[in-house]
Design a protein around this ligand. Structure first.
Ligand code: HEC
Ligand code: HEC
Length: 311
């Protein structure tokens, strides 16, 4: 194998020899140490500067005008999924310290510019959508709304722009209990049976999405997801119906498909593989695999407040 070559696209440089070898006599050693010691300090400083200037950084820090423009762009491109004030809806909350893909300027820019494949977060760096400048303005706006660290001070916004988050409240007469919600959620034989289809912190079924961080979404979105699962189905969970040549019918979510075969996962969390030769047809359905479960209001809100603490 050609280690030092560029075959893999990575240039492997040989490490320099140690600067100080043991054959030096002590006085020379001390002299050298002095010189290198100084230059090392120097080097360190340069290095720190280099890292700072090569690290991607938002050019609009402290720019109130940019925050304002970012707010308008956010409204037209992002609010639909991330909610008013970026407090989370279909997409996660972008104002708290929980980041799946990273909360540095560089990571956020990457997420927004190129999207995160395999998720619904698409790419926005395109002529007909956003340019780099506009993306930085949106990030400036998101910083101004941050509820952690000193971001909001570093990206001041006009007072009027601060979102007054309407404190969400359950209906009068209901005091939700997250512990009761958790018990209901996690009981595989209970009336809700959520755990049979959803994983939380490594445990549970795989029919639906992992809910370990679902508390990032808005309470309104969570309520709707439970009360009316088919209102919004993420594309990667679109169910299909398969009819075999023998006339047997199966419903599930596509897990894998190639020219010859198709693999689906059913609502019972079974994985089935079909040879395409054996199929009569396959059609997408607009009814979610998640059933509408008959819960009392108390149970519903118990579960919602439990989900809200999963971050
Ligand atoms: C079609 C819905 C949709 C739109 C529109 C959308 N997003 Fe997203 N976004 C998502 C979803 C869903 C995720 C979570 C992806 C995942 O599963 O990891 C996400 C993730 C993100 C993340 C990463 C969050 C993290 O935890 O690391 C950032 C940042 C982000 N979006 C910013 C934006 C911005 C800014 C816009 C507007 C330019 C935007 N999004 C538009 C749906 C959307
Ligand atoms: C038979 C399997 C099944 C059961 C039981 C089930 N779900 Fe789901 N759930 C799904 C599937 C599949 C999806 C994705 C498609 C959709 O959005 O309808 C989903 C989506 C969701 C979402 C939206 C997640 C997101 O990332 O947008 C939430 C929230 C949710 N379920 C909560 C629950 C709760 C709470 C229960 C129990 C009361 C439950 N589910 C029971 C299969 C199930």
């Amino acid at each position: 194998m050609n280690v030092s070559g560029t075959r893999t696209g990575i240039v492997v440089k040989k490490l320099p020899k140690p600067l100080i070898s043991q054959s030096f006599s002590t006085p020379i050693f001390i002299l050298l140490l002095g010189i290198f010691g100084f230059s090392f300090l120097f080097l360190n400083e340069n290095l720190a500067l280099a890292v700072q200037s090569s690290g991607v950084k938002n050019p609009y820090e402290g720019n109130t005008q940019a925050v304002e423009e970012g707010a308008a762009l956010y409204k037209s491109y992002c609010a639909f999924c991330h909610g008013t004030g970026a407090r989370g809806a279909k997409g996660p909350n972008l104002t708290d310290e929980f980041w799946k893909w990273g909360g540095t300027d560089e990571a956020m820019f990457e997420t927004i510019a190129h999207g995160r494949p395999g998720t619904q977060m698409g790419a926005f760096l395109m002529a007909e959508k956003l340019n780099e400048d506009k993306i930085w303005k949106i990030i400036a706006y998101l910083r101004s709304q941050a509820t952690y660290g000193d971001w909001a001070q570093r990206y001041p916004s006009k007072e009027a722009q601060k979102v007054i988050t309407s404190e969400w409240k359950p209906p009068a007469g209901i005091t939700p209990d997250p512990k009761a919600g958790e018990a209901l959620f996690k009981d595989p034989n209970g009336k809700a049976g959520c755990i049979n289809c959803h994983t939380v912190n490594g445990q549970g079924g795989k029919v639906g999405p992992d809910l370990s961080h679902i508390g990032d979404r808005s309470p309104e979105y969570l309520l709707e997801s439970i009360q009316n699962p088919s209102a919004y189905i993420a594309p990667e969970y679109t169910p299909i119906q398969i009819v075999t040549k023998e006339g047997k019918r199966f419903i599930g979510i596509i897990k894998h498909e190639d020219d010859y075969s198709i693999q689906i996962r059913t609502a019972q969390d079974e994985s089935l593989i079909f040879s395409k030769n054996d199929l009569q047809n396959k059609v997408p359905r607009n009814v979610s695999l998640m059933p509408t479960i008959n819960l009392t209001d108390q149970e519903l809100y118990d579960i919602v407040v439990y989900l809200l603490i999963l971050k």
